[in-house]
Design a protein around this ligand. Structure first.
Ligand SMILES: O=c1[nH]cnc2c1ncn2[C@@H]1O[C@H](CO)[C@@H](O)[C@H]1O
Ligand SMILES: [Zn+2]
Length: 404
């Protein structure tokens, strides 16, 4: 099975990128370099990324009385531990508390603004952040008011980040919950707010028992409108879910899609055989929104070194790295990269490859994606890759000074 192939890949990666280094920039990037590297995030849930302190304050302000902890540090730990159950269904239960405090316009604006700020602070230059408008109506808001509040928050956050020297652009993805029956309505909402801050559509929630084909009407509508959508598929459930998402629903990208590994066979001699579906995904350059830490918590992978991303990157799938839920996983884009660098010996070249892959797969227009790649991402990595040159100069001039 493909997952067993990862140790082989580690060896391959170390040999290829570790021992056989040809220049300094192929060294392991430092944590600080990873944080400063321009990163692109396609799969991040707004209701999975709140600051614990904000949850506590919003609960107090909005009268939400069900928090398991009221100390922010303890609450952060509670989310990580509660989400660490090995089951997607139990992982998803933790969202009742974040969604619980996101029922007013003020709360939504604040959470969205802080999300943009936190991502920018972490070096993310472009993000598509998703949430399910239908889950934020309990306080009396309408669907459009929810979308407008979140958009307002993203714009505020982008402005504040810019004032602090961090440029970021955030687009919203509207999610419909797969167990519910509002997908068409949410798809129409996504279409109405197209070019007004919403860049696409998604479905999420428990996968087993809720195939994406339940929502075919929504996907067909979006296709007729030439709009974009991704589908959570191949996370808790395997190949049939990925197959349906692509061949019945017509998804542009796969949310997770990690189980495509079940259609990849690694033979004893190290050669690899792709099944028909895996070949299709690779040949058509279907973007995989991979979320390593989240997969460890829901049981989709056992460790970073065993995570299929190693093999998928080696086989040149259109792999991207994502956070999924920063609060539940206690993570960030930089931390995801830190883990992958440690597990697979990735260099700045690899991190750039993931970032360019993600930017190519974004739902904004082609010319904007290209400009992001050429004017922001590549120059950012080029600067990091050239740092060793200037370190050398500094140490030379340092020793000259000491001789004076
Ligand atoms: O990894 C995931 N798989 C499936 N559904 C998820 C995942 N993370 C979050 N959500 C669901 O998406 C909703 C909207 O953001 C969240 O409320 C949560 O129920
Ligand atoms: Zn997700």
């Amino acid at each position: 099975m493909g997952i067993d192939a990862s140790p082989f890949f580690v060896l391959y990666a170390r040999r290829r990128y570790g021992a056989a280094m040809t220049s300094q920039h192929q060294n392991t990037p430092s944590r600080d370099q990873i944080r400063r590297a321009p990163k692109v995030l396609l799969h991040d849930h707004l209701d999975g990324g709140l600051r614990p302190g904000t949850i506590v304050e919003l609960a107090r302000d909005t009268g939400y009385a069900h928090l398991p902890e009221t100390d922010p540090d303890k609450l952060g730990v509670w989310f990580r531990e509660a989400a660490d159950s090995g089951s997607l269904e139990r992982y998803l239960e933790t969202f009742s508390h974040t969604v619980g405090v996101m029922q007013t316009r003020e709360a939504l604006v604040r959470v969205a603004a802080e999300c943009a700020e936190d991502l920018a602070e972490d070096g993310v230059v472009y993000a598509e952040v998703r949430y399910a408008p239908e889950q934020h109506l309990e306080g009396g808001l309408g669907l459009e008011e929810v979308v407008e509040a979140v958009n307002e928050g993203f714009r505020q956050g982008e402005r504040r980040a810019g004032e602090n020297g961090h440029r970021i652009r955030v687009g919203a993805l509207l999610t419909a919950m797969r167990h519910a029956a509002r997908a068409l309505e949410i798809a129409e909402l996504a279409n109405r707010y197209r070019d007004l801050g919403v860049v696409g559509f998604d479905i999420a929630g428990a996968e087993a028992g809720y195939p994406p084909t339940r929502h075919l009407d929504a996907f067909e509508y979006l296709k007729r409108e030439n709009n974009h959508f991704t589908i959570h598929a191949g996370e808790a459930f395997g190949l049939p879910s990925i197959w349906q998402a692509l061949q019945w629903c017509g998804a542009d990208r796969l949310g997770h899609g990690v189980r495509i590994i079940d259609d990849i066979q690694v033979l004893d001699d190290g050669s690899v055989k792709l099944g028909r579906l895996a070949s299709y995904v690779r040949d058509k350059r279907i973007p995989l929104e991979l979320c390593p830490s989240s997969n460890l918590q829901t049981g989709a992978a056992d460790s970073y070194t065993d995570h299929p991303i190693g093999l998928l990157r080696r086989l040149h799938f259109r792999a991207t790295v994502n956070t999924d839920n920063r609060l539940m996983s206690g993570t960030s884009m930089s931390r995801e990269f830190d883990h992958l660098v440690e597990a697979f010996g990735y260099t700045l070249e690899d991190l750039q490859w993931f970032s360019v892959n993600a930017m190519k797969s974004a739902f904004i227009p082609f010319d904007e994606r290209l400009a992001m790649i050429n004017d922001v991402i590549k120059p950012g990595y080029a600067e990091l890759k050239s740092e060793w040159l200037f370190k050398q100069t500094a140490s030379t001039s340092g020793s000259a000074e000491s001789e004076d």
